[in-house]
Design a protein around this ligand. Structure first.
Ligand code: NAP
Length: 284
């Protein structure tokens, strides 16, 4: 079994590399410079020459605010990228595992989002990811997971930001009115691979259990990490960011849990597990 991982320097890609290493599977993880998923010719040539049985697409344009003004690039990576990989995968009969986001939803449902709920993105990042889902939803040799508020080893996540703010300031301002589910990259790698091994196909939500606000998440993390700072609750509007965020975009993973007969852990347990690692790893 040969596995190709795209977006190799990202946090989810790193979790997959560690996971596949432990399983003793052969893989190649390519960074953006080594494989630009927005370029169909390069994607096709790379996939043909490595001839993987599985492609895991961890590459994405994740800069939610920047996507508002740089939609062409967000579209190229998040919408065309998965489509390019899907076409190349078909050439070598490889299976494609792709990731989308809770930000495809508006956040106005007032309850957990399920797979059958209609996406209604309220920002350009969400729109680009939503367009990337379209080609894959009905595909046979494909698994599509929507995940939320990912954290793990890497600098591009909320906990790494909280930690770096805490290093620079005594007071942190965190939004109390944005709700979703923090989800650990290690769990996403393990569970999505299990789903693949069990022969699942199609769209699934994959998030921890229980939801929280950004404020609760940050406070819990600081407490578990033993870092004492003043945390001031503010509305999300305080930051005056270019992109709107969904107010409540928690995903229900009930379908996946039922299919796999597993219980996904609550996010608090996952943050505790994460903090047990030396904190320097998060920022290194
Ligand atoms: N992070 C979250 O909270 C979150 C929430 C919901 C869903 N997701 C989804 O989960 C998946 C994994 O996200 P993540 O948190 O691991 O993201 P990440 O840490 O930002 O990693 C994404 C990687 O993709 C690379 N990349 C960007 N453009 C590329 C291109 N054209 N071709 C190839 N690689 C490219 C980036 O490279 P550079 O670093 O060199 O730019 C980066 O290494 C993505 O599909 C994301 O949309 C993430």
């Amino acid at each position: 079994m040969k596995v190709l991982i795209t977006g190799g320097r990202g946090q989810l890609a790193q979790a997959f590399q560690k996971f596949l290493e432990e399983k003793g599977l052969e893989y190649k993880a390519l960074s953006r410079e080594e494989l630009d998923i927005g370029n169909f010719e390069t994607v096709l040539a790379t996939v043909r020459s490595f001839a993987p049985q599985v492609i895991i697409n961890c590459a994405a344009y994740n800069q939610v605010d920047k996507a508002e003004e740089d939609f062409p690039q967000a579209f190229r990576v998040n919408a065309l990228g998965p489509y390019n990989l899907f076409l190349a995968a078909a050439e070598v009969k490889a299976f494609l595992i792709h990731f989308s986001t809770d930000y495809v939803f508006s956040g106005e449902k007032g309850d957990f989002y399920r797979e059958e709920d209609h996406p209604e993105p309220i920002n350009k990042y969400g729109l680009s990811k939503c367009l990337g889902e379209k080609a894959l939803k009905e595909a046979e040799d494909c698994l599509l997971f929507r995940v939320s508020w990912l954290f793990g080893e890497g600098k591009q996540n909320f906990l790494a930001k909280v930690l770096s703010w805490a290093r620079q300031r005594e007071t942190l301002y965190i939004a109390y009115d944005e709700f979703s589910i923090p989800t650990y990259t290690e769990t996403v790698a393990r569970i999505s691979w299990l789903a693949f091994e069990k022969g699942l196909r199609g769209l699934f939500h994959l998030a921890s259990n229980d939801f929280c606000s950004r404020l609760e998440w940050a406070k819990f993390f600081l407490k578990v990490a033993g870092i004492s700072r003043r945390v001031v609750p503010v509305p999300a509007s305080y930051f005056n960011l270019p992109a709107k965020r969904p107010f409540f975009s928690a995903l229900s993973s009930e379908k996946l849990q039922k299919e796999l007969q597993v219980n996904l852990p609550p996010w608090q347990e996952e943050v505790q597990k994460f903090v047990k690692r030396p904190l320097q790893n998060i920022l290194s």
